[in-house]
Design a protein around this ligand. Structure first.
Ligand code: TRP
Length: 449
């Protein structure tokens, strides 16, 4: 009865496809197209890619199922979902702190996410007018050297995010992704074909898929794991919050498979589109966060109709970023509004504002604060990425796995999982109980102790 009431206050997803679309919208974003290629690039390619794939399968997928199980069972925002399911399982309500850590992580991620997404918005216009007279590398330096420029686009993106979340779950989120995500997929495939014809395809394939484990350090492991959490959008309650709106008759397991596969596919396709161009134009694969902007702009500068294809690409990338950023805001907003602390609209505005202020630090880390180091030798943006991707998300995910594996009442789990192949179920249980938490613990241990 109470669950029914909660569902009503947030609204449930309408239609069979809406959950998958929204969850894919949350997963597919800058993490795939901006983050994955540049991290594969700075970490030497193939070995990173392989470890990343391993993390998706062994850690990400089991935890994704766990998060949705908790979210749908409770029908609440993550803080209350954790508390409620814990109480229903006769264990301590302190598990709600996993929800709190998620809200905190969400704000930190949103802060730098919006800065990078702002650069994408900026590139819609840059790619429309670029004549190629200025090299793509110099163009990127120009963009990031101006604090005001970065702050302007950061503000635009954050405002868009807050507006969509204010509008509420059904109206705001469901609609947009339906048309634009498939379009992004098609454009990415077009870019792969372009890169196959015009780029150094062989070198790119070797770089991405021939693993060289000789340079793998504990840091590579941690980065690959962090990237898996980030890309799937796990460990902070995004997908838990979305799970709360998922109709009971849908299969959590098969939906998770679909979302994780699509997410991985987009990341790999992004890599295959970008690296042939990097090598053909003698750009540096390990040049960092500018990689996608520099490589894609180089391609659009050369391409016939590049001034049309370019803006289209950056529009779609911006939309992908928006459908992710709203899920970063959702856990906090859902909490404040369901507790009746603030109306939905106000909650969205306030949390977005906090993230906006924090984001200023990331915008400045590209220019006037480039020498300011927060955590060891990391600048502000790198530090935010480090705290979230490599600490808070894996930690949150580990606790979620431990909770579902060891503390959540079995009958509650099986209610949500529904009919499932018993072998697959046992396998999932095993991964949630042992493999996922132990892998995270092992990677932490290697890196930090
Ligand atoms: N997964 C998104 C991307 O790849 C970003 C994102 C959305 C996210 N929700 C999240 C990352 C929750 C971490 C946690 O761009």
């Amino acid at each position: 009865m109470e669950i029914q009431k909660q569902l009503k206050s947030h609204g449930a997803w309408v239609g069979k496809w809406t959950f998958i679309l929204a969850a894919t919208g949350s997963a597919v974003g800058l993490g795939n197209i901006w983050g994955f290629p540049y991290k594969a690039g700075t970490n030497g390619g193939g070995a990173f890619v392989l470890i990343y794939l391993g993390c998706i399968l062994a850690i990400g997928l089991p935890i994704m199922v766990s998060e949705i199980v908790i979210g749908r069972r409770a029908g609440n925002s993550p803080v209350n979902a954790m508390r409620r399911v814990a109480v229903d399982s006769n264990t301590t309500p302190l598990w709600r702190f996993v929800g709190w850590s998620g809200i905190f992580a969400g704000v930190l991620i949103l802060s730098f996410y919006s800065v990078i997404a702002g650069i994408c918005l900026n590139y819609i216009f840059i790619s429309a007018t670029s004549s190629g007279a200025l090299s793509a590398t110099d163009q990127f330096s120009n963009v990031i050297s101006s604090p005001l420029n970065l702050l302007f686009w950061h503000t635009v993106f954050m405002t868009l995010t807050a507006l969509i979340v204010s509008a509420g779950i059904k109206d705001g989120i469901g609609r947009m992704v339906k048309i634009l995500m498939p379009l992004l997929g098609m454009l990415m495939i077009f870019m792969v074909i372009y890169a196959m014809i015009n780029g150094d395809f062989n070198k790119a394939m070797t770089f991405l898929f021939a693993p060289d484990f000789s340079n793998v350090t504990s840091d590579t492991l941690l980065q690959a794991m962090g990237q898996a959490f980030f890309s799937l959008g796990l460990g902070m309650g995004s997908i838990m919050a979305y799970g709360a709106y998922m109709p009971k008759d849908q299969s959590i397991v098969s939906n998770s498979f679909t979302v994780a596969s699509l997410d991985t596919l987009v990341a790999i396709v992004a890599g295959i589109a970008i690296f042939p161009i990097i090598f053909a134009f003698s750009l540096e694969p390990n040049s960092g966060p500018g990689l996608v902007f520099v490589s894609m702009l180089s391609a659009f500068n050369q391409m016939q109709y590049g001034q049309f294809v370019g803006p289209l690409f950056f529009i779609l990338l911006s939309v992908a970023a928006l459908s992710s950023s709203i899920s970063l805001l959702e856990p906090g907003v859902a909490y404040l509004s369901e507790e009746g602390i603030l109306p939905r609209k106000r909650s969205a505005e306030i949390i977005a504002f906090v993230a906006w202020v924090l984001g200023i630090g990331s915008a400045l880390s590209f220019n006037i604060w480039s020498d300011f180091h927060l955590i060891s030798d990391r600048n502000f943006l790198d530090s935010m990425e480090f705290i979230t991707n490599q600490v808070l998300l894996p930690l949150g995910g580990m606790f979620i796995a431990i909770f579902v594996g060891w503390f959540m009442k079995k009958s509650l789990i099986t209610d949500e999982i529904g009919a499932m192949n018993p072998v697959l179920y046992m396998l999932w249980r095993f991964f949630v109980k042992f493999i996922a938490p132990l892998s995270v613990a092992y990677i932490f241990y290697r890196q930090f102790f």
